[in-house]
Design a protein around this ligand. Structure first.
Ligand code: 0X9
Ligand code: ZN
Length: 418
């Protein structure tokens, strides 16, 4: 009874606070498959020159691209695809329903949570809640400290959680950025779960204790705070930052196109309305500059750098901006093979892996190329977490733990092998 009342109160609070949120009722996600280079080119140009919302960007011939559209444009879009003989199927019938279900699931879990931590690490949380959790952790756990890498465009702190049993020892570092793309909620949730796993296991779990004794662990759970706050307050589907672009009515820069590694090249857009808008110059954005400075502060010590993204279940290495393979590619491939092996062995979740530009698509100005090329970090990877399209970015909270466990297993296996 008590739980019902609490759940009802939470549902009410959510209903009131979600009054200003964009209603995606009737929106669909289509999965289109280009079969020829011309069809692929058409999809790419369309993405780059418009505000059309690709959930999975057009990658290669015979690889699917997922496109979110509203009900009104369904006829036009399918006609456009049909004119070019691009086949498609409907992946998600009603995004509004999925959004609603997500809010209900979150509210229900909140009502049921009776743990003693500032947040339930098995649920999704707002920026403020995540910051409260990190602050509490730093205040109560001697191996945790926080570092602010700068502030976002709207003035939110870009916070790095540092787990170290001896900061003065300058140990090798494992570096993680999460939620660069604000709608990819599972990425921040996975990083928070791993932070929780490490901090609560230190001193009792021998494997964790050894990993902390050997390395420093650094996580930026919400690398794009403004975008993230906006996904909670207004638009669940927001990907970019929230900067006002001069001379355009369109908002935001794709942080993962604003780095100085092949900046401006293929797979990034010069159009502020595009979801892959790169900004005017590399590091024009406070969010990308903060990541640049945070990773540079540990120059020479970073052993692995991982950018967490979703969705599509992929493990990707540099380069992203060119199909050329780096000289260390055999070693990178070996590391990815071990990581994916251990990840898949956990629950059978299938991952593809390999060099970014070949496995997924050419993307320029991305984090991991910067980490590799300018910071000299060989083991620099992008992971595209669950799922493969059933829920897309709205991965239900009951998948946070399995996603985090399998990812953590993959990472530990990789770290032990390099
Ligand atoms: O396009 C992106 O930025 C990433 N995919 S996502 O669907 N999460 O947006 C992939 C980036 C590829 N990574 C590298 N090129 N390193
Ligand atoms: Zn992403």
């Amino acid at each position: 009874m008590k739980i019902c009342v609490i759940a009802l109160i939470f549902a009410l609070i959510l209903a009131i606070s979600s009054a200003s949120r964009i209603n995606y009722s009737g929106n669909l996600v289509l999965r289109a498959i280009p079969e020829t280079p011309e069809q692929l080119e058409f999809l790419r140009d369309w993405e780059s020159a418009s505000s059309i919302d690709f959930w999975i960007l057009p990658a290669a011939v015979k690889q699917f691209a997922d496109i979110r559209i509203n009900a009104e444009s369904y006829a036009n879009v399918t006609q456009l695809l049909a004119e070019r003989n691009i086949s498609h199927k409907i992946l998600i019938v009603d995004l509004g329903q999925l959004n609603k279900k997500e809010q209900q699931n979150i509210a229900l879990r909140r009502a049921l949570y009776n743990g003693n931590k500032a947040i339930d690490v098995e649920n999704y949380h707002t920026y403020e809640e995540v910051m409260a959790y990190l602050t509490d952790l730093a205040n109560t756990n001697p191996i945790v400290s926080l570092k602010t890498g700068g502030t976002s465009e709207e003035g939110r702190d870009i916070v790095q959680a540092i787990i170290s049993s001896d900061l003065s020892a300058n140990k090798p570092v494992h570096f993680f950025d999460c939620n660069i793309h604000s709608r990819e909620w599972i990425t921040g949730a996975t990083c928070i779960w791993i932070i929780d796993q490490i901090t609560s296991g230190y001193g009792s779990d021998p494997e964790i204790t050894a990993l902390v004794d050997q390395y420093d662990w650094k996580f930026i759970p919400i690398a794009n705070p403004d975008g993230y706050a906006y996904t909670w307050s207004t638009d669940r589907n927001w990907r970019k930052t929230r900067i006002v672009n001069n001379g355009s009515a369109c908002i935001g820069v794709d942080v993962n196109r604003n780095f100085l590694a092949g900046f401006g090249g293929t797979g990034s857009s010069g159009d502020p309305c595009s979801n892959t808008f790169r900004g005017n110059v590399a590091f024009s954005e406070k969010e990308s500059s903060a990541l640049r400075d945070l990773i540079a502060a540990d120059r020479g010590r970073v052993k692995t750098a991982v950018s967490m993204h979703s969705y599509s279940q992929m493990f990707l290495s540099a380069y992203g901006y060119t199909t050329d393979l780096p000289p260390e590619y055999p070693e990178m491939f070996r590391a990815m093979e071990i990581a994916v092996g251990a990840l898949t062995a956990t629950y059978g979740t299938k991952y593809t892996y390999g060099n970014t530009a070949v496995t997924i698509y050419i993307a320029s100005g991305v984090t991991t190329d910067h980490y590799y090329e300018n910071e000299g970090i060989v083991h620099s990877y992008t992971i595209e977490l669950r799922d493969s399209g059933t829920y897309g970015f709205q991965l239900p909270p009951d998948q946070i733990v399995p996603t985090a466990i399998e990812t953590w297993n993959g990472l530990k296996a990789m770290i032990n092998a390099i």
